[in-house]
Design a protein. Structure first.
Length: 132
């Protein structure tokens, strides 16, 4: 298992990224689920603690999904959870890139995630809480 990725801490621009994201410190491969929960059920304190979000895990349907969740499987998640739309951004050297934009814009709950990468295979989703 690869080491966990955390939002980069060395560049000045990343301070705004850090202050606008919530990284749930989970020890498994379900950072997608944790990030969705952090967006849907924001904690008032200790926002990155897994215990603040786990009580809501059963509100999501992740039947037959494999984790870590690949971008190509986000539409499957949206089918299983018909009240939620997901958008995913990534961060390159210069700006944000749209990795996935949900066509389900009429749903009552919209979740924006930031996909962080380290190398080709080690990726992590974090909840994007406000515009950067």
């Amino acid at each position: 298992m690869a080491p966990p990725i955390y939002p980069p801490q060395n560049a000045t621009r990343t301070k705004s990224v850090q202050s606008s994201t919530v990284n749930i410190r989970n020890g498994d491969q379900k950072c997608f689920i944790c990030s969705v929960l952090a967006s849907l059920y924001p904690a008032s304190e200790n926002v990155s603690k897994l215990s603040k979000h786990l009580p809501y895990e059963q509100t999501l349907n992740a039947t037959n999904l494999n984790f870590p969740l690949a971008l190509k499987d986000i539409p499957k998640f949206e089918i299983l959870n018909p009240s939620i739309s997901i958008n995913v951004l990534s961060l390159d050297e210069k700006d944000f890139c749209i990795e996935y934009c949900s066509p389900e814009y009429n749903r009552p709950h919209h979740v924006n995630l930031l996909l962080l990468s380290q190398g080709d295979k080690n990726t992590m989703y974090v909840s994007k809480t406000c515009p950067v």
